[in-house]
Design a protein around this ligand. Sequence first.
Ligand code: GBH
Length: 463
Amino acid sequence: RPQARAESGLTFPTGFRWGTATAAYQIEGAAAEDGRTPSIWDVFSRTPGKVRNGDTGDIAADHYHRMREDVALMRDLGVSDYRFSVSWSRVQPTGRGPAVQKGLDFYRRLTDELREAGIRPVATLYHWDLPQELEAAGGWPHRETAERFADYAGLVAGALGDRVATWTTLNEPWCAAYLGYASGVHAPGRTEPAAALRAAHHFNLGHGLAVRALRAALPGPAEVSLTLNLHAVRPLSGSEADRDAARRIDALGNRVFLDPVFHGRLPEDLVADTAALTDWSFVRDGDLAVASEPIDSLGINYYSPTVVGAGVSESPSPWPGAEDRVRFEPAPGPRTAMDWPVDPDGLYELLVRLRDELPHVPLVITENGAAYDDYADPSGAVHDPERVAYLHAHLAAVHRALADGVDVRGYFLWSLLDNFEWAYGYGKRFGIVHVDFATQRRTPKDSARWYARVVARNGLAAS
Ligand code: GBH
């Protein structure tokens, strides 16, 4: 077998989905057009000192005006699926009440264009851009936000239900809760660890309420999903103290979402670990049954592993209650331009763990990719060999997991375009298509040509 592999490369299962992924605030721009009003990311990015270089998503990759060109780029790639997010502020600007038709129309045009190109639309309802009015009313630490989210989900499903193949409620509630409300490096920039735990619960509740709203509003059966940035946690050593640190981070990073959503329970150790911050009395009877409303697949975003030991971490920390117990160590080896370690084994480990814990849940890699500085040669061609190496190694890890019986249905590369990389602004480029932000000119990088070949042969060539 290893022999055959080396000769023929790594072929993926028939029907495996190949996609690219983006998010509304990172690419759309047109921040004040057609009735859109500010989300927490507009407010945050316009606050001096929050985003590098003072960058905002006001224009971003101008995708709102260049959508057709961007779908054509994907048609050239040959991808089967496209994962995008809907801007809540564009379709329901205050987070309450009726929809704005022009906002919905943009997503109707986008999904029409995708379907004409033979690309399945995969829509995420929340990729971090809460309407500012809902933040002013308390944001995700406030229970009502979960209810408003479900209303919004039903409203979008009513308008686009006939044209979206897969619905994802939330993207990475870990980031939205803990980076937004505990460490404050993401919008809305609050540093309140107890509120961050309330937010985490309200994301689980909002997810479950939205699943119900989607099922009620959709005209037929559709795939409903949730995307988590699960942490491949490794203890620094086998010592009891280091293993306990890893257990804490697994609870705060992974089981805080997995247990409510797939088992209808809160992890007991998480409740004990965070007792100094909260008694979790905001979790009401019935909430966990709502959170565990059945879904059809789980999306996983993976970039790098998390290595921890007993110790102390910086404050404010994105790990409520673990600040005095856990330290984070960079994994050894090469790094991307984000300074994140390149470690495809972490993805393999995560997938195998999920196979064992959730054997009946189909998995989809909804994001994987890397930021690197790319090099334009005098002809204008953009070269990004490190990105190709990163992607190749991670797809090989996915293939290894498939061979070991993990039910992975698809892979979405982050990202189609260079974009607004949150607190890093435009300084970090994740795209397989280069964007010159001065002219908005798109240039496919070497990695785009490489990915098109992967998609065309449904796998990796022999290396
Ligand atoms: C995703 O989040 C987002 O969904 C997407 O919008 C974003 O553009 C993309 O990734 C790239 O950032 O400090 O070395 O341990 C990524 C979530 C959480 C991944 C924190 C990296 C820390 C790495 N990130 N994690 S390290």
